[in-house]
Ligand binder design. Structure first.
Ligand code: PLP
Length: 374
């Protein structure tokens, strides 16, 4: 089986983990946490970084720290992970959706403009699959209407929009360090921002809102979102190699694209646009309408050939849990719906070899030849 994701952990990971164990520092109080925060903030060009337990909870903390709550509307793409809408809904705020671009798979700024109303308080900008969102119109809209920007850069380590790092744009930005990300800590996340007060709020929310003068007396409710020293040790070792990892992912993407170019039935990821070169968080494919298989069926066939795949996200407006809350009744986002049904990704982890890429490409070409009429 060629696994859908296998991380590369052959730098300083073991050495830094051994330091944790030898020193006894394994909790969030250990020195790697602050070091990881400093190094990460510097890499993204922000004043503050706050390490947390995962990218989903980073979004929850971002929404609450910005004071978003009942009556407030937050605009986000329908085509994203549930974490984005969940953070908004859990805070009591209202998610308002837009559709995505069929080529970049990112949210469409013109649709954001159309959905801004008197209750709109924030835009949740989600960069997906390897290319950044079109930041110029999104930032202009936020500026013109006085909106906060929550920038979900979970998949965008090392990516930039017109040379400016992803994660440097939002009022607050979030990252994930799940093992399929360019930098992993096993589980983990990061919030970054420039505002001192916002950073303090995030640190409080991360740590149960402990506050002076009396420990265990609380003026507000937070969570335990802390990252351990063990996770941060992994993060420091991984971050040292981010440039190398981005280059490796780009080389992998280029190899897949060269091997698959011209294969009928497959839409390949866009290698670059005017603003950025793809970093291939994962190598995604969308089946043409002429292919008489949907993504689930295609993935089943590929699994039979020993190839691990995963489906694309499922749109927020088609989530049973959100529909049951009375959200999105009668709404349709055709691009999101199509990407969910016809999109999937093939093995994309940093440990993937060139031979494995070539083998996946051969299987994909066979599958398309066998499936397409004529
Ligand atoms: C765009 C996006 N946001 C948020 C998350 C959530 O991150 P985590 O898995 O660390 O909770 C992910 C995870 O893949 C993601 O892709």
């Amino acid at each position: 089986m060629i696994p859908v994701n296998e991380p590369l952990l052959d730098g300083n990971e073991k050495r830094y983990l051994a330091e944790c164990i030898d020193s006894g520092w394994i909790s969030s109080e250990g020195p790697f946490v602050e070091r990881f925060e400093h190094e990460f903030a510097a890499r993204v060009g922000r004043r503050h970084a706050v390490a947390v337990c995962n990218g989903s909870m980073a979004l929850d903390a971002a929404v609450v720290a910005l004071g978003l709550g009942p009556g407030d509307e937050v605009i986000l793409p329908s085509f994203t992970i549930i974490s984005c809408a969940a953070a908004i809904v859990r805070a009591g705020a209202v998610p308002v959706l837009v559709d995505s671009d069929p080529v970049t798979w990112n949210m469409v700024p013109e649709q954001v403009a159309a959905r801004i109303g008197p209750r709109t308080k924030a835009i949740m900008v989600v960069h997906l699959y390897g290319l950044p969102c079109d930041m110029a119109p999104l930032l202009a809209l936020a500026d013109r209407h006085g909106l906060a920007v929550i920038e979900d850069a979970a998949e965008m380590h090392g990516q930039a929009w017109r040379g400016r790092p992803c994660g440097s744009f939002g009022t607050v930005a979030t990252f994930s360090f799940y093992p399929n990300k360019h930098v992993t800590t096993g589980e983990g996340g990061m919030l970054v921002c420039d505002d001192d007060a916002l950073a303090n709020k995030l640190r409080g929310l991360r740590n149960l809102c402990f506050a002076p003068p009396r420990r265990f007396v609380h003026e507000a409710l937070g969570w335990n979102l802390r990252m351990t020293n063990l996770q941060a040790a992994l993060g420091c070792a991984q971050l040292e190699r981010l440039d190398e990892f981005v280059a490796r992912k780009r080389a992998m993407g280029a190899r897949y694209t060269a091997a698959l170019a011209g294969t009928p039935g497959l839409q390949l990821p866009l290698a670059r646009n005017a603003d950025a070169e793809n970093i291939y968080w994962v190598y995604g494919l969308v089946l043409d309408d002429a292919v008489p298989l949907d993504a689930t069926q295609a993935m089943q066939r590929l699994a039979g050939a020993g190839i691990g795949c995963r489906p694309f996200f499922w749109p927020m407006h088609e989530q049973p849990v959100l529909r049951r809350l009375g959200l999105f009744a009668g709404e349709s986002y055709p691009v999101a719906e199509r990407l969910a049904r016809r999109g999937f990704y093939v093995p994309s982890g940093l440990a993937l070899t060139e031979r494995q890429i070539d083998a996946v490409a051969v299987s994909l070409r066979h599958l398309m030849r066998a499936s397409l009429p004529g």
